[in-house]
Ligand binder design. Sequence first.
Ligand code: FES
Length: 107
Amino acid sequence: MGQFAAVMRLAELPLGSMRACMVGGRELVICHTRAGVFALDNICTHAHARLSEGRLRATRLTCPLHGTSFDIRDGRVLTPPAAVPLPTHAVRVVDGAIEVAVGPPTA
Ligand code: FES
């Protein structure tokens, strides 16, 4: 796991919303839900689609292209066609700033 880096203010990300950002050359989506704040890769594991352009319902993130949904808490696939889990990254909130530590790249 890498170092934590501030990506945005928690106040800029209303409950129930998500937003894309770049960390260390990697595109992530940050999701703010009642279950907490989560960071995942923003590119779907099925094909090249941005999950930040999909839908977030509670802890379910749905891809805009073919409808795969992932559980943002652990990245697991809830609905096909994707078969590979979405990489997740460590998140913490420090003084109102969302910080993310990006994990190693996955193949
Ligand atoms: S690109 Fe996401 S389900 Fe196909």
